[in-house]
Design a protein around this ligand. Structure first.
Ligand code: DGL
Length: 267
């Protein structure tokens, strides 16, 4: 405790409960941080919506979090980060960390060949935000991107391994590795994909014939938060959702532990 500085609350928002993977990663590096989490579960998925709609929803999420006097905002949702980061940054009086930059940073660090694949929702892939971030970090990176819309419902159903998950991952990943056999790193550009990490890694190895580095944004976002000067709090988690359907079942898959309390809100 510094005593002199006010305690710091970190605001995190996502289209739903997938962003709890970021809360989990944040807890590992900043266990004392107070977190206010907003999952826009009434309007999930963002990944199949237009950039304009996701931008409008993201600004509503930001306004909600600012009402809780947060001093740092993390956009856990890759889709919101890919399509609305600039607007959120422009509207926010406090620093904002998106998912795309930290994910791209992790990929560049992991890749020896400079050939990187990115998978994400349709909106994330169409935005080309990962390409832009990767190229700004390492200009000649060869980027292959592929939308994998079925992976979100698979993760939510808990079908993260076994024949169905393997077949879906194979169908998505085969063309990726066929189009560029030099790919050595795969970015999981979606909150939900870390739940399928083992299957994705196995399938990537099977279709490429090599070990592939599989990276995601959650731990690099937490590391980026650590770089901000934050005064310690008590490690509280206040969780808001806009719809509570299946919350008790879904939230623990992403958070790793049962969600003890939540509050229902309208944006
Ligand atoms: N949170 C979204 C993302 O990371 C996945 C779910 C959705 O489509 O809203 O892209």
């Amino acid at each position: 405790m510094t005593g002199a500085r006010p305690e710091t609350t970190i605001g995190i928002f996502d289209s739903g409960v997938g962003g709890l993977t970021v809360v989990r990663a944040l807890r590992e590096v900043l266990p004392w941080a107070d977190v206010v989490y907003l999952g826009d579960t009434a309007r999930v998925p963002y990944g199949s919506k237009s950039a304009r709609t996701v931008e409008r929803y993201s600004l509503a999420c930001l306004r909600f979090l600012l009402g809780y006097r947060v001093s740092l905002v993390l956009i856990a949702c890759n889709t919101a980060s890919a399509t609305a980061l600039d607007s959120v940054v422009a509207a926010s009086p406090v620093p904002v960390i998106g998912a795309v930059g930290p994910g791209a940073q992790a990929a560049v660090q992991a890749s020896a060949s400079g050939h990187i694949a990115v998978i994400g929702t349709l909106a994330t892939i169409q935005s080309r935000a990962y390409e832009a971030a990767l190229h700004s970090l390492r200009p000649h990176t060869a980027v292959t991107s592929h939308a994998c819309p079925l992976l979100v419902p698979l993760a939510e159903e808990g079908w993260t391994d076994g024949a169905v998950a393997e077949e879906v991952c194979r169908r998505y990943l085969e063309p990726v590795f066929e189009s560029d056999p030099a790919i050595d790193t795969l970015v999981l550009g979606c909150t939900h994909y870390p739940l399928l990490r083992a299957t994705i890694g196995d399938v990537a190895r099977a279709v490429s014939g090599r070990d592939i580095a599989v990276v995601d944004s959650a731990s690099s976002m937490a590391a980026a938060a650590l770089a901000h000067e934050l005064a310690p709090g008590s490690g509280s988690l206040r969780c808001f959702v806009t719809d509570a359907t299946r919350l008790a079942e879904l939230a623990p898959r992403f958070l790793g532990v049962p969600l003890s309390q939540f509050e229902l809100v309208d944006l």
